[in-house]
Design a protein around this ligand. Structure first.
Ligand code: HEC
Length: 158
């Protein structure tokens, strides 16, 4: 191998590793993620659209205060959710896509941002450690719905 080759490989290695190191040092921006990936359906302030997209404002905040609630939120983001569901007496039969392509950090950050929205908003934490255990076991829609029904039955969410 010539010296020039070796230098070329070194340069490729440096260029490849550089951006990775930079991005792992940056905290995920939940607000930017929300505006880019959620606001088009749930609205910029999380108000939703009655009968089509359920409101998140004041509701995600209730869920992050509860360990089963956090697991449910992670399950929705990782697996998606299809109706029918009832939210504050209104029925929805929509389709929420899966965001499994996002990292655990990004999912936690976007959920923390959603939890801060609305009058019932909270800064209660949700972290990558709450998301990671849910990634290993993909859930079908019936299983995600069952988690939701349990939270409604125990009045964590109305
Ligand atoms: C394409 C539209 C769409 C996008 C984009 C979307 N959602 Fe949803 N989301 C929905 C729909 C529709 C439902 C309700 C599904 C149903 O009817 O079962 C839902 C449900 C939810 C729920 C469950 C609410 C509850 O009361 O149980 C949460 C939490 C949620 N979305 C968060 C998010 C977050 C965070 C993002 C961005 C990462 C996002 N959604 C992006 C359409 C969307």
């Amino acid at each position: 191998m010539t010296l020039r080759h070796r230098f070329g490989i070194m340069l490729v290695t440096l260029l490849g590793v550089g951006p990775l190191m930079v991005s792992s040092g940056m905290a995920a921006d939940g607000g930017a993620l929300y505006r880019g990936k959620c606001a088009m359906c749930h609205g910029p302030a999380g108000a939703g659209r009655p009968g089509t997209f359920p409101p998140l404002a004041g509701r995600v905040g209730l869920l992050v205060g509860n360990s089963d609630g956090k697991a449910y939120l992670a399950a929705v983001l990782l697996n998606g959710l299809h109706g029918p569901i009832t939210v504050e007496g209104q029925s929805y039969k929509g389709y929420m896509p899966s965001f499994r392509a996002l990292s655990d950090d990004d999912i936690a950050a976007v959920l923390a941002y959603a939890a801060s929205l609305g009058s019932g908003g909270t800064s209660a934490g949700i972290s990558a450690q709450d998301v990671a255990p849910m990634r290993g076991t993909p859930l079908d829609v019936t299983a995600v719905q069952a988690k939701r029904a349990a939270l409604q039955a125990s009045h964590v969410i109305p």
